[in-house]
Design a protein around this ligand. Structure first.
Ligand SMILES: Cc1cc2nc3c(=O)[nH]c(=O)nc-3n(C[C@H](O)[C@H](O)[C@H](O)COP(=O)(O)O)c2cc1C
Length: 214
Protein backbone atom coordinates (compact mmCIF):
# COMPACT_ATOMS: atom_id res chain seq x y z
CA UNK A 1 0.00 0.00 0.00
CA UNK A 2 1.22 3.51 -0.76
CA UNK A 3 2.03 5.94 2.06
CA UNK A 4 -0.25 8.93 2.50
CA UNK A 5 2.41 11.23 0.96
CA UNK A 6 2.73 8.91 -2.07
CA UNK A 7 -1.05 8.68 -2.45
CA UNK A 8 -1.40 12.47 -2.37
CA UNK A 9 1.32 12.83 -5.00
CA UNK A 10 0.15 10.02 -7.25
CA UNK A 11 -3.64 10.62 -7.18
CA UNK A 12 -5.16 11.79 -10.43
CA UNK A 13 -8.75 11.92 -11.59
CA UNK A 14 -9.07 8.74 -13.64
CA UNK A 15 -11.74 8.69 -16.34
CA UNK A 16 -10.99 5.41 -18.05
CA UNK A 17 -11.13 2.06 -16.28
CA UNK A 18 -10.20 -1.56 -17.03
CA UNK A 19 -12.97 -4.11 -17.04
CA UNK A 20 -11.71 -5.70 -13.78
CA UNK A 21 -13.76 -5.83 -10.58
CA UNK A 22 -12.62 -4.23 -7.35
CA UNK A 23 -12.74 -6.63 -4.40
CA UNK A 24 -15.25 -6.23 -1.61
CA UNK A 25 -12.29 -6.07 0.80
CA UNK A 26 -10.98 -2.97 -1.00
CA UNK A 27 -14.46 -1.43 -1.05
CA UNK A 28 -14.58 -1.86 2.72
CA UNK A 29 -11.09 -0.38 3.13
CA UNK A 30 -12.17 2.74 1.21
CA UNK A 31 -15.34 3.06 3.29
CA UNK A 32 -13.30 2.66 6.47
CA UNK A 33 -11.06 5.55 5.37
CA UNK A 34 -14.18 7.67 4.86
CA UNK A 35 -15.63 6.64 8.23
CA UNK A 36 -12.54 7.92 10.04
CA UNK A 37 -12.75 11.45 8.61
CA UNK A 38 -13.00 14.46 10.92
CA UNK A 39 -16.18 16.54 11.05
CA UNK A 40 -17.39 19.64 12.88
CA UNK A 41 -18.60 18.64 16.37
CA UNK A 42 -18.01 15.05 15.24
CA UNK A 43 -21.44 15.02 13.57
CA UNK A 44 -20.30 12.54 10.84
CA UNK A 45 -23.15 13.36 8.44
CA UNK A 46 -21.75 11.19 5.59
CA UNK A 47 -23.64 8.16 4.33
CA UNK A 48 -22.78 5.99 1.31
CA UNK A 49 -24.48 3.79 -1.24
CA UNK A 50 -22.15 1.35 -3.00
CA UNK A 51 -23.23 0.71 -6.59
CA UNK A 52 -21.81 -2.17 -8.66
CA UNK A 53 -24.94 -3.08 -10.62
CA UNK A 54 -24.54 -2.36 -14.35
CA UNK A 55 -28.07 -0.97 -14.82
CA UNK A 56 -27.76 1.36 -11.82
CA UNK A 57 -24.35 2.62 -13.03
CA UNK A 58 -25.83 3.27 -16.49
CA UNK A 59 -28.66 5.27 -14.95
CA UNK A 60 -26.21 7.24 -12.76
CA UNK A 61 -24.20 8.06 -15.90
CA UNK A 62 -27.37 9.46 -17.50
CA UNK A 63 -28.10 11.52 -14.39
CA UNK A 64 -24.55 12.96 -14.30
CA UNK A 65 -24.13 14.58 -17.72
CA UNK A 66 -23.60 11.28 -19.54
CA UNK A 67 -20.03 10.87 -18.26
CA UNK A 68 -19.06 7.42 -19.61
CA UNK A 69 -16.51 6.60 -16.91
CA UNK A 70 -19.34 6.35 -14.34
CA UNK A 71 -20.72 3.35 -16.17
CA UNK A 72 -17.25 1.89 -16.86
CA UNK A 73 -16.13 2.09 -13.21
CA UNK A 74 -16.14 -1.16 -11.26
CA UNK A 75 -17.79 0.56 -8.31
CA UNK A 76 -19.52 3.88 -7.83
CA UNK A 77 -19.83 5.34 -4.36
CA UNK A 78 -22.80 7.63 -3.99
CA UNK A 79 -21.77 9.92 -1.16
CA UNK A 80 -24.66 11.48 0.71
CA UNK A 81 -25.24 13.47 3.87
CA UNK A 82 -27.88 12.71 6.45
CA UNK A 83 -29.40 16.12 7.14
CA UNK A 84 -30.97 14.78 10.34
CA UNK A 85 -27.41 14.59 11.76
CA UNK A 86 -27.85 18.35 12.29
CA UNK A 87 -31.11 18.06 14.24
CA UNK A 88 -30.83 19.12 17.86
CA UNK A 89 -31.54 15.60 19.11
CA UNK A 90 -28.93 13.81 16.99
CA UNK A 91 -26.30 16.51 17.20
CA UNK A 92 -26.59 16.58 21.00
CA UNK A 93 -26.09 12.80 21.04
CA UNK A 94 -22.98 13.00 18.82
CA UNK A 95 -21.63 15.89 20.87
CA UNK A 96 -22.13 13.96 24.12
CA UNK A 97 -20.31 10.89 22.76
CA UNK A 98 -17.47 13.16 21.81
CA UNK A 99 -17.36 14.81 25.27
CA UNK A 100 -17.53 11.36 26.94
CA UNK A 101 -14.22 10.41 25.31
CA UNK A 102 -12.61 13.08 27.50
CA UNK A 103 -11.79 15.29 24.53
CA UNK A 104 -9.89 18.43 25.55
CA UNK A 105 -11.96 21.29 24.23
CA UNK A 106 -10.77 24.83 24.43
CA UNK A 107 -12.03 28.37 24.82
CA UNK A 108 -15.78 28.95 24.98
CA UNK A 109 -16.48 25.31 24.14
CA UNK A 110 -15.62 24.55 27.80
CA UNK A 111 -18.13 27.12 29.07
CA UNK A 112 -21.40 25.52 30.23
CA UNK A 113 -23.28 28.81 29.63
CA UNK A 114 -22.15 28.74 26.02
CA UNK A 115 -23.48 25.16 25.67
CA UNK A 116 -26.80 26.32 27.15
CA UNK A 117 -27.03 29.06 24.51
CA UNK A 118 -26.38 26.50 21.76
CA UNK A 119 -28.96 24.13 23.28
CA UNK A 120 -31.59 26.88 23.41
CA UNK A 121 -31.22 27.69 19.71
CA UNK A 122 -34.10 26.61 17.43
CA UNK A 123 -33.87 23.59 15.14
CA UNK A 124 -31.62 24.54 12.19
CA UNK A 125 -33.30 25.62 8.98
CA UNK A 126 -32.83 22.76 6.46
CA UNK A 127 -31.75 25.31 3.82
CA UNK A 128 -28.72 26.25 5.93
CA UNK A 129 -27.65 22.65 6.54
CA UNK A 130 -26.72 21.46 3.07
CA UNK A 131 -23.57 23.65 2.97
CA UNK A 132 -21.95 22.30 6.18
CA UNK A 133 -23.26 18.79 5.43
CA UNK A 134 -21.59 18.95 2.01
CA UNK A 135 -18.34 20.40 3.39
CA UNK A 136 -18.02 17.66 6.00
CA UNK A 137 -18.95 14.90 3.55
CA UNK A 138 -16.33 16.19 1.08
CA UNK A 139 -13.65 15.45 3.69
CA UNK A 140 -14.83 11.84 3.99
CA UNK A 141 -14.92 11.55 0.19
CA UNK A 142 -11.32 12.68 -0.13
CA UNK A 143 -10.27 10.14 2.52
CA UNK A 144 -11.96 7.47 0.38
CA UNK A 145 -10.28 8.77 -2.78
CA UNK A 146 -6.80 8.76 -1.21
CA UNK A 147 -7.33 5.23 0.08
CA UNK A 148 -8.35 4.19 -3.44
CA UNK A 149 -5.02 5.57 -4.74
CA UNK A 150 -3.09 3.88 -1.92
CA UNK A 151 -4.68 0.57 -2.96
CA UNK A 152 -3.59 1.02 -6.60
CA UNK A 153 -7.04 2.03 -7.82
CA UNK A 154 -8.11 5.02 -9.87
CA UNK A 155 -10.99 7.29 -9.00
CA UNK A 156 -12.85 10.36 -10.12
CA UNK A 157 -15.12 12.67 -8.17
CA UNK A 158 -18.42 13.47 -9.85
CA UNK A 159 -20.04 16.67 -8.70
CA UNK A 160 -22.11 17.13 -11.84
CA UNK A 161 -25.37 15.77 -10.47
CA UNK A 162 -28.09 17.17 -12.67
CA UNK A 163 -31.04 15.62 -10.87
CA UNK A 164 -30.67 14.92 -7.14
CA UNK A 165 -34.30 13.81 -6.95
CA UNK A 166 -33.89 11.19 -9.69
CA UNK A 167 -30.74 9.78 -8.03
CA UNK A 168 -32.64 9.51 -4.75
CA UNK A 169 -35.54 7.76 -6.46
CA UNK A 170 -33.19 5.36 -8.26
CA UNK A 171 -31.53 4.35 -5.00
CA UNK A 172 -34.65 4.54 -2.83
CA UNK A 173 -33.20 7.17 -0.52
CA UNK A 174 -35.38 8.87 2.12
CA UNK A 175 -36.22 12.57 2.50
CA UNK A 176 -33.43 13.33 5.04
CA UNK A 177 -30.69 12.17 2.67
CA UNK A 178 -28.91 14.78 0.52
CA UNK A 179 -26.84 13.44 -2.39
CA UNK A 180 -23.45 15.18 -2.27
CA UNK A 181 -21.27 13.61 -4.99
CA UNK A 182 -20.34 10.35 -6.67
CA UNK A 183 -16.93 8.72 -6.78
CA UNK A 184 -16.23 6.35 -9.65
CA UNK A 185 -13.54 3.78 -8.80
CA UNK A 186 -11.78 1.06 -10.77
CA UNK A 187 -8.43 -0.12 -12.08
CA UNK A 188 -7.05 2.67 -14.27
CA UNK A 189 -6.39 1.94 -17.93
CA UNK A 190 -3.47 4.36 -17.62
CA UNK A 191 -2.31 7.02 -15.20
CA UNK A 192 -1.98 10.49 -16.76
CA UNK A 193 0.67 13.05 -15.76
CA UNK A 194 -0.22 15.49 -12.98
CA UNK A 195 -2.78 18.15 -13.84
CA UNK A 196 -1.75 21.81 -13.53
CA UNK A 197 -1.71 23.42 -10.11
CA UNK A 198 -1.14 27.00 -9.01
CA UNK A 199 2.38 27.60 -7.68
CA UNK A 200 3.04 27.88 -3.96
CA UNK A 201 3.65 31.63 -4.44
CA UNK A 202 0.19 32.01 -5.98
CA UNK A 203 -1.63 30.26 -3.13
CA UNK A 204 0.25 31.97 -0.29
CA UNK A 205 -1.23 35.27 0.82
CA UNK A 206 1.97 36.09 2.73
CA UNK A 207 5.41 34.46 2.98
CA UNK A 208 5.91 31.36 5.13
CA UNK A 209 7.49 32.44 8.44
CA UNK A 210 10.86 31.07 9.53
CA UNK A 211 10.56 28.65 12.47
CA UNK A 212 13.06 27.67 15.17
CA UNK A 213 13.02 23.99 14.11
CA UNK A 214 15.67 22.83 11.69
C1 LIG B 1 -16.21 18.51 -5.98
C2 LIG B 1 -15.62 17.97 -7.24
C3 LIG B 1 -16.45 17.67 -8.31
C4 LIG B 1 -15.91 17.13 -9.47
N1 LIG B 1 -16.77 16.74 -10.48
C5 LIG B 1 -16.26 16.16 -11.60
C6 LIG B 1 -17.13 15.69 -12.62
O1 LIG B 1 -18.35 15.75 -12.54
N2 LIG B 1 -16.55 15.13 -13.72
C7 LIG B 1 -15.19 15.01 -13.87
O2 LIG B 1 -14.74 14.49 -14.90
N3 LIG B 1 -14.35 15.44 -12.90
C8 LIG B 1 -14.83 16.00 -11.77
N4 LIG B 1 -13.98 16.40 -10.77
C9 LIG B 1 -12.52 16.20 -10.92
C10 LIG B 1 -11.79 17.52 -11.21
O3 LIG B 1 -12.04 17.92 -12.54
C11 LIG B 1 -10.27 17.28 -10.99
O4 LIG B 1 -10.06 16.97 -9.63
C12 LIG B 1 -9.42 18.51 -11.34
O5 LIG B 1 -9.55 18.83 -12.70
C13 LIG B 1 -7.93 18.27 -11.04
O6 LIG B 1 -7.45 17.11 -11.68
P1 LIG B 1 -6.85 15.89 -10.87
O7 LIG B 1 -7.92 15.39 -9.93
O8 LIG B 1 -6.48 14.84 -11.87
O9 LIG B 1 -5.66 16.38 -10.09
C14 LIG B 1 -14.49 16.94 -9.59
C15 LIG B 1 -13.67 17.24 -8.51
C16 LIG B 1 -14.22 17.74 -7.35
C17 LIG B 1 -13.29 17.99 -6.16
Amino acid sequence: MLSIAEAIQQRRSIRSFKDSPVSQEMILQMLEAARLAPSASNLQPWRFVVVTDAEEKKRLRQLCLDQAFIEEASVVFVACADLSAYSKKVSRQRYQEFIDTGVELSGRFTDSEFRKIIDSMPEPDPRTITAPATANTYIAIEHLVLMATALGLGSCWVGALTDHGAIKTLLGLPENIWVVALVAVGYPKSVPPPRPRLSLEKILLRPVPQTSAT
